[in-house]
Ligand binder design. Structure first.
Ligand code: ATP
Ligand code: MG
Length: 778
């Protein structure tokens, strides 16, 4: 995404914007309309004294996104005016991070140090004009003279120096005649100003220090408040966007522009900085975590640094989506980390191939399956609503690993996985039954023995119902892997609140390492493939991974396990007679596997009804039954539209995520309205993909799904006549891919379908597109 278009800028249509309209886009629109500017220039001005974090990413997405939206220019400027803390390592890391986020500054890379000479000349001009003076008070005296918020300051005795004396001293400061701290250059502000920043702000100080770019050429360095506005002006920045803590600096900013008279007049606007729960977003604190070895480095996957998120497996698209969802506000507030996780899942859900892995293995020997026999079972990579195709063979043999948590010796009602005498389906494979439990001397389960029904591959077993399906990996084919499960870095939402040092709130379980097994197909995939390990979460190979020793990072679990812990935990009633302690399912490293065990009788009965009467999956039923408000909402929605499974899917997966932390009782969308949305999707009026956008709009405006679909023209295109020309053109434009497809690269089907979906803004009926593409490719 290059941002160098020297043409006259235009106000984009709202639908075409990357940056959701906000108070800053209102200002820019007005400036273009009034002719104040005919071209907009933004910049991101990091100080190269640390790695970028997701707060910086928000600022980058805003600044670079605006330049793209208006066809303007985006500058990257290193604010390198403090030689003692800056380093080329940081400069390079920052450049890499901005690029990785998907933005490009083209030829507009600047450094404050590029402008040291100009800044110096402006300072001489200010002295000549009687606007600045050399002060020789000590640092402490300067502080004492400044006064307090309630008392005005006093003028420095050196303020009356003549222009000649000031010029002479300033030139000698530059020539290196004085020690650090002997003199400073100050603006003649107002020592009685209610804005402390205006009490004769410092413009230059002496620092005999080596600068990573200018070396020893300078021993005086400009202060941020002076350099920043003038660099903006020298780069012809029009809208200088910074976070709210710079509000009081704006007066100094305007002072510098007014009196130095640079060639352009940029204007500063402040927006709320990102503050994210359960983490810290401040370079100083992040440096402490890195230097104090609380984490493994700047790219530790638990850190909110861009480098850490990248190593963790988060995509740039997810970060951009998150930045946009957070929005640009005028008042500070904290953001729930669940919103970030929602953006990550939303992105990966549509992209990640599904494979099987077992993280806490228990061996199951299938005694009626011939020893030494092997068969390859065909398993799809994507569920049907992902517009991608492909499958792989998964080897099946006499011994498989299953997840320890998927077996219970004494299962409670409603446990549809494996237990003695019970049947379960091995996903994409056969139905198996557990016949025998093998234990060691201490009574720990070491192995299961069972049998399979050869007549159940791809079909239901005769005369009985098998509800559960579990992931598994064939023992002789399994790839051994270290799997790193990450959780929040801190165990309190705001680690900075309160007396204690933030490091006292570190979550000791933020990294849990387990050894698991992954199906063999992953061995040949690209290193940066992001997978969904079925029923576990999203994973990517870590940098530490080698061909012989696989290491996977969990990017994010499938669902937010913390939300379940905080929404009213089901407490047993202490007044009731104690029921015998139910046997606990073996703990798994993931979210609590079987919340049903802790349910109250009322919740249990709701759960059973959902599974038995409505046919919901265990997971959806448990999530609903465990949250009374959500379950009531679901019940009400089903009263309006009786496809309970679809409604549950939307309530559990989409609505909960899109609510971003608010309570279901507070949202704008009524159960009836949600039912209406689900009906539109099931009737193929809109696609699943568009359904999500419509839901977001419903939550924002409270309108009905029908109304939004009509107003925005979002109806799904199911007309072959309309889709066919697009498919035909894509096929003739991509003859190389067509050949590759015909030579066996059938995975390219996903490419063609994806292109059509993109061209139609997600409105094409994906099944129809797929059919058309397949027909044409033969
Ligand atoms: P920190 O406070 O984390 O140490 P900083 O403000 O010192 O960061 P800079 O390199 O000076 O870091 O910031 C570069 C730009 O990024 C500034 O314009 C600043 O306003 C913006 N920025 C920094 N932190 C955030 C945040 N949490 N949310 C949004 N923008 C931010
Ligand atoms: Mg700063």
């Amino acid at each position: 995404m290059s941002t160098n278009a020297p043409t006259h800028n235009k106000i984009p249509d709202d639908e075409a914007r990357i940056v959701t309209p906000n108070f800053i886009t209102d200002v820019i629109d007005a400036d273009l309309e009034s002719g104040k500017h005919d071209r907009i220039v933004t910049r991101f001005p990091p100080e190269p004294n640390g790695y970028l974090h997701i707060g910086h990413a928000k600022s980058i997405c805003l600044n670079a996104g605006l330049a793209l939206d208006y066809g303007g220019q985006f500058n990257l400027r290193f604010d390198d005016t403090n030689p003692t803390t800056e380093d080329i390592e940081y400069v390079e890391a920052i450049r890499a991070d901005v690029r990785w986020l998907g933005f490009d500054w083209g030829e507009h890379l600047y450094h404050a140090s590029d402008f040291f000479e100009e800044l110096y000349q402006y300072a001489e001009k200010l002295i000549r004009d009687g606007k600045a003076y050399v002060d020789s008070l000590s640092e402490e005296e300067i502080r004492a003279y400044r006064g307090t918020v309630t008392e005005p300051g006093r003028n420095s005795p050196y303020r009356k120096r003549s222009v000649e004396e000031n010029l002479d001293l300033f030139r000698r400061m530059k020539a290196g005649e004085f020690e650090d701290g002997a003199h400073v250059l100050r603006a003649k502000g107002d020592m009685a100003s209610t804005n402390m920043k205006m009490r004769d702000p410092l413009l230059y100080r002496i620092r005999h220090a080596h600068h990573y770019r200018t070396g020893d050429a300078w021993c005086i360095y400009p202060m941020y408040d002076y350099a920043h506005p003038l660099c903006d002006a020298l780069e012809h920045v029009t809208h200088s966007l910074c976070s709210l803590e710079f509000e009081n600096n704006r007066e100094v900013y305007d002072w510098a522009i007014e009196h130095a008279e640079p060639p352009a007049r940029p204007q500063q606007y402040e927006f709320a900085r990102l503050q994210l729960d359960y983490t810290v977003l401040s370079k100083r604190k992040l440096i402490e975590l890195v230097r104090g070895k609380y984490v493994s480095g700047w790219d530790d996957p638990r850190l909110p640094t861009v480098a850490g998120l990248r190593r963790r497996g988060v995509t740039p698209a997810a970060i951009r989506d998150f930045a946009n969802r957070v929005g640009v506000a005028k008042a500070n507030s904290r953001t729930d980390i669940a919103l970030l996780e929602h953006s990550i899942r939303d992105d990966l859900n549509m992209k990640a191939p599904r494979v099987m892995a077992v993280l806490e293995p228990l061996k199951l020997v299938i005694t009626n399956y011939p020893e030494g026999q092997r068969e390859l079972l065909d398993a799809p990579y994507y569920p049907h609503d992902v517009p991608k195709e492909g499958s792989r063979g998964v080897p099946f043999s006499r011994e498989v690993y299953i997840e320890r948590g998927d077996f219970m010796e004494e299962p409670p009602k409603g446990f549809y996985r494996l237990s003695p005498g019970a049947e379960v389906r091995l996903r994409y494979g056969y139905v198996v039954r557990c016949d025998e439990v093998i234990k060691d001397d201490q009574g720990h389960i070491t192995e299961l023995r069972g049998s399979y029904d050869p007549d159940t591959l791809g079909k239901a077993p005769e005369g009985r119902k098998v509800r559960g399906a579990i992931q598994w990996v064939s023992v002789p084919d399994a790839l051994d892997a270290e799997v790193r499960l990450y959780d929040r870095l801190f165990n309190v939402a705001d680690p900075d609140a309160g007396e204690a040092h933030f490091s006292d709130h570190l979550n000791p379980d933020s990294l849990v390492t387990v050894r698991g097994f992954v199906e063999p197909s992953v061995a040949t995939d690209a290193d940066d493939t992001r997978y969904q390990f079925e029923r576990q979460g999203y994973f990517i190979r870590d940098n530490d991974s080698t061909a012989d020793a696989l290491v996977f990072n969990r990017i994010v679990p499938l669902r937010d396990s913390w939300a379940k812990q905080t929404t009213e935990p089901a407490k047993p009633d202490p007044k009731k007679a104690p029921t015998p302690e139910p046997q606990k399912a073996a703990p798994t490293p993931d979210a609590p596997r079987n919340p049903v065990l802790e349910f109250t009788p009322a919740q249990k009965s709701r759960f059973t009804q959902y599974v038995d009467k409505l046919g919901l999956s265990d997971n959806d039923a448990a999530l609903l039954a465990g949250n009374e408000a959500l379950a009531d909402y679901f019940d009400a929605a089903v009263n309006h539209y009786d496809d309970a499974k679809s409604v549950a899917n939307w309530v559990v997966n989409e609505l909960s995520g899109a609510m971003s932390g608010s309570d279901v009782t507070d949202i704008e969308v009524s159960p009836e309205q949600l039912a209406g949305l689900v009906r539109l999707i099931n009737d193929d009026v809109i696609s699943n993909r568009i359904g999500k956008d419509v839901l977001a709009e419903m939550l924002a405006t409270g309108s009905d799904a029908d109304t939004i679909v009509e107003a925005k023209g979002l109806r799904q295109i199911s007309d072959e006549g309309e889709l066919e020309p697009i498919v035909t053109r894509l096929i003739s434009d991509n003859s190389d891919k067509v050949d590759a497809y015909r030579n066996g690269k059938t995975g390219l089907l996903g490419f063609f379908v994806g292109q059509v979906m993109r061209e139609t803004g997600g409105q094409a009926n994906p099944q129809m597109v797929q059919k058309l593409v397949q027909q044409k490719l033969g």
